[in-house]
Design a protein around this ligand. Structure first.
Ligand code: ATP
Length: 358
């Protein structure tokens, strides 16, 4: 049976439609990320699942049971929100014990559970410390321990690491995922940061204007974005229009010339207009023209060394189309203004239907 089912949830605030018929399912032990730009409805959906907000229409089912009318404190959800801060006047141990006391656990059971959780979040021996003595990262670990203490059947995390700097966030993300997977904890994680979503999630639901635009594994989203919106949100900027000339093998006429694709979705017929996304890692540069298809002659506009890769901007052979690629390492030796020979990997070119207006 599906662990959590969200069925046709809609919610308006005055005239603003925050959610429009959202349905999705979460399996037991799965970490699902709600990802999307500011205002797309992520927090509203999270709050409705947690029971902190009522939907206008639709149902929430926990293991087949309709909990839509059940108050938050009886749904067995744990919350870890960016603004759901620790109690500053309490010790670390008292913070972790808070939910357990509310549930009437015995002193002995609480003490044991607090030790267990401090081990889990790699902070043994910290139970008597005051919250204000801790670093930002340690505070987030304690917040995680506090929300996990009552063993919630579902953990909800809303931008839990939003206040931390990038390096600390990256480190904590890996730890957070390990902890949740180790426990087999089912979790819903809200973020507007794609890197964060990809690092923590089993599946990602990418939201747009109150709807789910695409739901897939991180790899699935990246390799097969379903729309130009998804591609753009994931940072892919090489988006052009084209016309399918033939399906076998797939060939598309584009402003860059004829491009060969590895595959094209079954719905497209020769003569159809489509949108192409060229992923940023799919270009190779050479000193001489590449033989065969997908070879371009372009002009290097800019070159920016980023460590593991060099970011290059090219002007296509039509003198109009700008393309951005990541070339591994410091490998681009050409200077801005020079001509470069480029080969595009057919596997890195994705064919999509053209953007629908919302
Ligand atoms: P962010 O990443 O900025 O937190 P979000 O994707 O979580 O955004 P929501 O906070 O769910 O988006 O908001 C969705 C829409 O509903 C927005 O247009 C927002 O202004 C509106 N909204 C949310 N809560 C309320 C409220 N309590 N009253 C009025 N409008 C609201």
């Amino acid at each position: 049976m599906t662990f959590l089912a969200i069925e046709h949830i809609s919610k308006h605030f005055d005239d603003t439609p925050a959610l429009q018929g959202v349905s999705l399912e979460v399996a037991r032990g799965e970490i699902l990320c709600l990802l999307g730009p500011s205002g797309c409805g992520k927090t509203t959906l999270l709050r409705i699942i947690a029971g902190l907000e009522q939907p206008d229409t639709g149902r929430i089912l926990f293991q087949g049971q309709d909990v839509t009318a059940i108050p938050s404190h009886r749904r067995g959800v744990g919350l870890m929100f960016q603004d759901y801060v620790l109690f500053p006047h309490m010790t670390v141990g008292e913070n972790i014990a808070f939910g357990l006391k509310m549930q009437g656990w015995s002193r002995q059971a609480i003490a044991h559970r607090v030790q267990e959780l401090l081990q889990l979040v790699a902070m043994p021996g910290y139970e008597d410390r005051r919250v204000y003595e801790l670093s930002g990262g340690q505070q987030q670990r304690v917040a995680l321990a506090r929300s996990l203490a009552p063993s919630p059947q579902l953990l909800m995390l809303d931008e839990p690491l939003g206040a931390l700097d990038r390096t600390l966030r990256d480190q904590l993300l890996l730890e957070l995922r390990d902890i949740l997977k180790h426990l087999g904890q089912t979790a819903i994680y809200v973020t507007h940061d794609q890197v964060e979503a990809f690092a923590v999630a089993d599946r990602v639901a990418l939201m747009r204007a109150g709807r789910i635009e695409q739901i897939d594994t991180p790899e699935g989203l990246y390799l097969r974005p379903a729309s130009p919106f998804v591609a753009r949100f994931l940072g892919m900027t090489n988006i052009l229009s084209g016309e399918l000339l033939q399906r076998e093998p797939p060939q598309v006429r584009t402003p860059l010339g004829l491009l060969h694709l590895a595959q094209v979705p079954g719905a497209f017929r020769p003569g159809d207009s489509l949108t192409l996304v060229i992923r940023p890692e799919s270009a190779r540069l050479g000193r001489a023209p590449f033989p065969g298809p997908n070879a371009l002659v372009a002009t290097l506009l800019t070159r920016s060394f980023r460590g593991a890769h060099t970011l290059i901007q090219l002007l296509g052979p039509d003198q109009q189309t700008r393309l951005t690629f990541e070339i591994p390492g410091p490998r681009c030796m050409a200077q801005p203004g020079e001509r470069v020979y480029v080969h595009l990997d057919p596997d890195g070119i994705v064919a999509l239907a053209q953007e629908q207006e919302l």
